[in-house]
Ligand binder design. Structure first.
Ligand code: SF4
Length: 329
């Protein structure tokens, strides 16, 4: 079956202006040759520390940013080559949910109008049918008809995220790019919103790209997980595989940061040295080598390709078979 979404060698650089002391314009490689497929109904978790390019990837897929090169094929059509006019009908099918629902909801509009606006714009309902559909959508996301005439500031963070989800659902999308949709919420509310996203996935046959900066958030919702580091995917595998047997030291380090409630299951700490390097000056060879506990001489010279290490478990590491050494010792 043809994938719903195919991303091939996607690249995006940003110009960085010189500092007050002058100098050259520099290039920041935000997304550096990303490739992956997404099957209909699947959830791909896209994870990495801030600045790794995951949110830029989401915006490139939605054409909210123009890519430098590469392909994004949605239902077989290369959307990067489409004009804004030809893109318009596809926009309905690809929606985004944002991290901060407050800034993405117009504070001067009532909830009924916020959720109903896309129905009007895309001509999906008219007159009284809009109100009926909005009330149905509000109830789908756990809100009610009495919320229809209220303003965004009258809601909690979790409720505002529900409004954002209802607005995205209004146009009956097939793919939703959820950009850190629960990062700004309290832990208890995070679980509720993730559960809601799982419930509506079944009901509306949705496909998700779920962007997060930590692996715990996406563990239960993802079918597969792609781990990004400095604009590249360094590991891509089925979620269970990746959580049980990571093949990239960076994934292993991220897993170590995930709290484990049962102390007998606590993972051995692996030293993750230093900060994420600047994407303007990525380290040579494997970009992760200055922080990697497994690094050897070759790592600073040769850039490891993203390869299938068996069973569709992809990793970009010269020594992927050794990952887990510290946990097992
Ligand atoms: Fe670490 Fe070398 Fe693997 Fe890079 S290639 S992740 S530096 S062991």
């Amino acid at each position: 079956m043809e994938p719903l979404l195919e991303v091939r060698d996607l690249k995006k650089t940003f110009d960085v202006a010189p500092g007050p002391m002058g100098g050259k314009h520099l290039k920041l490689k935000a997304v550096d040759g990303l490739s992956f497929n997404l099957r209909e109904g699947e959830t791909l978790g896209l994870v990495g520390e801030s600045g790794c390019g995951k949110s830029t990837t989401g915006k490139l897929i939605l054409k909210l940013l123009e890519a430098d090169s590469g392909e994004v094929r949605f239902r077989g059509r290369d959307i990067l080559s489409l004009s804004q006019r030809k893109m318009r009908p596809l926009r309905r099918e690809i929606q985004m949910i944002f991290q901060d629902p407050y800034s993405s909801l117009n504070p001067r509009m009532r909830v009924g109008d916020i959720v109903g606006e896309p129905l009007r714009i895309h001509g999906l309902a008219q007159g009284g049918a809009i109100r009926e559909e909005v009330i149905r959508l509000l109830s789908t996301v756990g809100l009610s008809a009495e919320h229809y005439d209220r303003y965004p500031h009258e809601f909690s963070g979790g409720q505002r995220q529900r409004i954002g989800i209802a607005r995205a659902l209004a146009v009956k999308p097939r793919l939703i790019v959820a950009d850190e949709p629960v990062s700004a919420l309290d832990l208890s509310i995070q679980a509720q919103v993730v559960n809601l996203l799982q419930d509506i996935q079944q009901e509306f046959q949705l496909t998700y790209i779920f962007i997060a900066h930590d692996l715990s958030v996406i563990e239960h919702i993802s079918d597969r997980v792609a781990v990004m580091y400095l604009g590249r995917i360094v590991e891509l595998a089925g979620a269970e595989d990746l959580y049980l047997e990571p093949r990239h030291p960076y994934t292993e380090a991220l897993l170590n940061a995930v709290p484990v409630p049962d102390p007998t299951l606590r993972r051995t700490r692996i030293p993750l040295k230093g900060e994420v390097p600047s994407p303007i000056f990525p380290p040579p060879g494997c970009h992760f080598h200055p922080r990697c506990p497994y690094a050897r001489e070759i790592c600073s010279r040769a850039d490891p390709p993203l390869e299938d290490k068996g069973g569709q478990h992809f990793a970009a590491c010269h020594f992927s078979s050794e990952v887990g050494r510290y946990r097992k010792s």
